[in-house]
Ligand binder design. Structure first.
Ligand code: ADP
Ligand code: TRP
Length: 328
């Protein structure tokens, strides 16, 4: 059976972008693959969070994984820092990948632009740690959003480079997995770009009805089309894209027809969209509230996940050591 690995950095709560870009694939894949889903708390250190933030965010994401329907009986759920074996593989990959290759990764260049005062070595080697996360379990498939493609390219390179240097056929090159044929980008509703934590435009799975309504009603729109069948400007396209993700095709067609006949009222469209987002989020929100109080169960799931993940990790590390020439 093929192995699947993916993780999300615990830097707050999960939003609709995380869900439709990644987590719903986790839920779908757990029935058909050997799945390991983790919380990438080591990766979150690039921005130096406080200890209490780290603990709380990891607990939040664990709760939300479960609330979204990841079943700890089907998939292994663990916290990255509970499985230190990954650091050994990270070290080996860092020996095989060149500085220039890491500097050219577009996600790194973006971070350098965004946080010029904190270009630490962890940021540079973020992709080799991610490669280690994946290859630690020799995973073939990785459910992630489109924005992770540069990091996935580096994971493949780590696999290839290791095999070439040691003349083995040990790691398979992992490929990204998308829920549907095309990778979805969940848009932000603030005019352009994607929904994201750092973009400050996220609608969170835990948001209550009033919060969702407030966020959606603030979405950027314009005066509306004056010519039938005109192309949609980006902010309007984003509104429609969001509706395509959470509403029924009938609803989307209804508003699309109104747009094409210049009869659209964005206030009505936003109300409908807010309602449909709430219908989607409400059951997840309820489960989050139920689960978050039960810290004992959360701890038990994390402990059990860590044990299973370490077992799989130790097998890989033992073989890697033997291949490299260390005692295994
Ligand atoms: P953020 O951008 O909010 O910091 P992360 O980078 O931690 O979110 O992303 C975690 C996972 O969610 C990744 O697999 C990423 O590709 C996916 N993801 C995040 N935002 C979106 C989005 N707007 N559309 C699609 N996928 C997304
Ligand atoms: N880089 C991913 C993100 O920002 C998180 C991540 C870390 C990850 N390690 C991974 C995703 C391994 C998939 C597989 O969302």
């Amino acid at each position: 059976m093929e192995t699947v690995v993916s993780g999300i950095r615990p830097t707050g709560y999960l939003h609709l972008g995380n869900y439709f870009g990644a987590v719903r694939s986790f839920v779908k894949m757990q029935d058909a693959y050997n799945c390991l889903f983790f919380i990438a708390d080591w990766h979150s250190l690039t921005t130096h969070p406080r200890p209490e933030q780290i603990r709380q965010s990891a607990r939040n994401i664990l709760t939300e994984y479960l609330a979204c329907g990841i079943d700890p009986e089907k998939a292994t759920i663990y916290i990255q820092s509970d499985v230190p074996e990954v650091l050994e593989l990270y070290l080996y990959f860092n020996m095989n990948i060149y500085l220039g290759e890491l500097e050219r990764v577009t996600t790194f260049k973006e971070k350098v632009r965004k946080q010029p005062d904190n270009v630490n070595a962890g940021l540079l080697t973020y992709p080799t740690l991610m490669a280690a996360d994946i290859l630690l379990h020799r995973a073939q498939k990785v459910p992630v959003g489109k924005d992770q493609e540069p990091n996935m390219e580096m994971a493949r390179r780590c696999a290839r480079r290791f095999n070439n240097i040691y003349g083995v056929d040990f790691f398979t090159e992992p490929e990204s997995y998308h829920f549907s044929e095309k990778a979805v980008k969940v848009p932000g509703l603030d005019g352009s770009g994607k929904m994201g934590k750092s973009e400050g435009n996220a609608i969170y799975l835990k948001d209550d009805e009033a919060t969702i309504r407030k966020k959606v009603m603030k979405a950027v729109t314009d005066a509306g089309p004056t010519v039938p069948d005109s192309p949609k400007p980006e902010p309007i396209q984003n509104l429609f894209d969001m509706m395509q993700i959470v509403s029924t095709p009938d609803t989307w067609n209804h508003f699309n027809d109104l747009y094409n006949t210049c009869n659209i009222r964005y206030g009505d469209m936003k109300k409908q969209l807010a309602q449909d987002i709430n219908i989607f989020c409400a059951p997840i929100r309820e489960r989050i509230l139920e689960l978050q109080a039960d810290t004992q169960t959360l701890d038990r799931i994390a402990r059990q996940g860590a044990e299973r993940a370490r077992e799989s990790a130790r097998q890989t590390i033992s073989e890697v050591r033997r291949i490299i020439g260390f005692r295994s």
